[in-house]
Design a protein around this ligand. Sequence first.
Ligand code: 5GP
Ligand code: ZN
Length: 148
Amino acid sequence: MSSHAQQPDCIFCKIVRGEIPSSAVLETAEAVAFLDIHPVNKGHVLVVPRAHHADLTELPDHLAAHVGTLLPKLCRAIKAATGADGFNVIVNNGAAAGQTVGHGHWHIIPRFHADPVNWPWPHSEYAGDELGQMRFRIERELGLKPGH
Ligand code: 5GP
Ligand code: ZN
């Protein structure tokens, strides 16, 4: 039984607890990396903190930092094992962003020249002072600018 905060009905908590089988490629005291069962491309790996946190906004800094220390070696291993030309590291946060499992996690997706994956996303433009306003609002939320 894990001592990490868990949600009884969460599919990734069940994987962390060993109640659902998974193909783990790396396990640490704080996180597990395993193969995604429905890969975008074969070799697609999920990196999952053992503790249940809904998404990145709720993840403690130390867990985010820990996962960060695992990413370079995992990416090197996945790229070498799959022969990928590149890879995407993606975190979906919230249903609007495509998150389907409410236990925050990183995707490492091997990519190949001319694979059928729909990328890049469409880009938009800022008009007028929108860019400056957006910078101000984010800096204010970060506590770098006085609030109103
Ligand atoms: P999200 O859409 O939440 O960012 O990503 C969830 C991912 O979890 C999906 O890519 C999906 O294929 C994967 N997934 C869902 N259920 C399971 C499971 O039981 N085992 C494994 N290995 N992957 C799963
Ligand atoms: Zn969970």
